[in-house]
Design a protein around this ligand. Structure first.
Ligand code: NAD
Length: 436
């Protein structure tokens, strides 16, 4: 394509404009990374509220401080809800949600919508990259035809690639810069341009032979976590029956310097990725008359975990002469994992809902989540003080935020049910741990 050197030159000398569609957990940090590296970035979000906040330098994402945003916005980073401006960027990264429908089938409506918006404005020489997590084949089967409705042809008139986002919210050690970025283009030039682009913000970029390999890599990574968490959740239940501490077993197995990687039990799996992404692969596999049995099984085990933990809490209360119905239960941490303000698919929240449905009188504390909905009621996070802990018949550690002082919690509570193994090393006959 004759435009290739032009875009390559613009990427190299930072005169290219980078467009990011979807300014959420993935898109906003990426937009800031490109802006920081010297590009002019134009962010697009259908929620004009988010675009306005970006333009005012007010962050709404945990991992991004408003200070970081102010450093680049509005000079290098601007945001808009006006999709007609999609003709302005040289590169467009699509970072929109890929949820499941009610029947747990892939819902690609956001990807389709974004692709159609791009097609209306598609320019010769633009590079379009899908970053959203999805099943192998999406970029070629869904994005490509939508874009080519413009009359332009991929590989001839515009460039197309897939590059999965591997961000781990709340992770202080690994971010965009030091997490290798995988890239697969529709043809060589697209791959090369995408590699050049991401090399400006990531230390390592890994080109692969196709878009489908890049798509499968991401979904395999998340499926790997899903399956291994299910395995450890199953072992935890067996350990309980056998009177063995799963936590001690994991610590000991972790001393093996090769061939083992620790995963930890808990009340289930949460977040936007692990519980959802494997279903994308399982659904696609059906087209090939192929059944992804590990995914189905892992889903079964992990989905049952909040129910299992509920029955364990019930037993723990029962052995102290207290029924769950009418018991005062204080849940600590309802976010899907520690130190994040995100309850999407949160197993701790599911557990709280189950305890509520069984008639427990629920209070909760979460420094990141000011309120939750239980049935028809909206609950506000209570203060984590001695009074609230000592009044509860059971304190449940659902998500162990770093700020929690576990010693104090154990000391002040009548009974602690620890879903996360954070009370290890503390003795007390008021502690009941999952996996023991
Ligand atoms: N959050 C994570 O930790 C994470 C990690 C890796 C990959 N991913 C994947 O990245 C993708 C985005 O996830 P997220 O967590 O950033 O989602 P998000 O919900 O935080 O953000 C998505 C944004 O896209 C906007 N949007 C939706 N449709 C749009 C459209 N047609 N045009 C413009 N904007 C639109 C929404 O308003 C929202 O602000 C998903 O596929 C997800 O699976 C997420």
């Amino acid at each position: 394509m004759k435009n290739k050197p032009e875009l390559a030159q613009k990427l190299a000398d930072k005169t290219a404009v980078i467009g990011i569609i979807g300014l959420g957990y993935v898109g906003l940090p990426l937009a800031i990374a490109f802006a920081k590296s010297g590009y002019k970035v134009l962010g697009f979000d259908t929620q004009s509220k988010k675009a306005n906040l970006v333009n005012k330098g007010q962050s709404y994402i945990d991992d991004i401080s408003s200070k970081e945003l102010v450093a680049v916005s509005p000079k290098r980073l601007q945001a808009t809800a006006d999709m007609e401006r999609l003709n302005e960027p040289d590169v467009i990264c699509i970072c929109v949600p890929t949820p499941l429908s009610k029947s747990r089938e892939p819902d690609l409506s956001h990807v389709i919508h974004a692709s159609k918006d791009i097609a209306k404005c598609l320019q010769k020489g633009q590079l379009v990259i899908l970053e959203s997590t999805t099943y192998p084949g999406t970029t070629k089967e869904v994005v490509l035809p939508a874009l080519e409705k413009s009359g332009l042809k991929a590989g001839r008139d515009f460039y197309l690639a897939y590059s999965p986002e591997r961000v781990d919210p709340g992770n202080k050690k690994y971010g965009i810069k030091n997490t290798p970025k995988v890239v697969g283009g529709i043809e060589k030039a697209s791959t090369e341009l995408a590699v050049l682009l991401y090399s400006q913000v990531a230390d390592t970029v890994i080109p692969v032979s196709s878009m489908a390999v890049a798509e499968m890599t991401k979904i395999f990574e998340n499926t790997f976590r899903h399956v291994n968490i299910a395995l450890v959740n199953e072992i935890a239940q067996l350990c309980e029956k056998m009177g063995i501490s799963v936590w001690e077993v994991i610590d000991t197995a972790s001393t093996k310097p090769f061939g083992y990687m620790p995963f930890y039990p808990g009340p289930g799996v949460g977040g936007h990725c692990i519980p959802l992404d494997p279903s994308y692969l399982a659904s696609k596999a059906k087209e090939y008359d192929f059944s992804t049995r590990f995914i189905e099984l892992a889903g079964e085990i992990n989905t049952r975990m909040p129910h299992y933990v509920t029955s364990r809490i019930m037993e723990a209360l029962d052995s102290r002469g207290k029924a769950l119905k009418g018991a005062k239960v204080l849940v600590l941490g309802v976010a899907y994992k520690k130190d994040v303000a995100d309850t999407r698919e949160s197993p701790a929240l599911k557990l709280t809902q189950l305890l509520d449905a069984k008639g427990a009188i629920i209070k909760y504390n979460d420094p990141y989540i000011p309120s939750i909905t239980l049935g028809k009621n909206v609950l506000k996070s209570v203060e984590l003080n001695e009074e609230n802990m000592s009044r509860a018949d059971c304190t449940v550690i659902g998500t162990a935020h770093t700020s929690y002082n576990i010693n104090k919690i154990v000391k002040a509570s009548k009974l602690v049910f620890d879903c996360r193994g954070v009370t290890r090393g503390i003795s007390g006959n008021n502690i009941v741990r999952l996996g023991e």
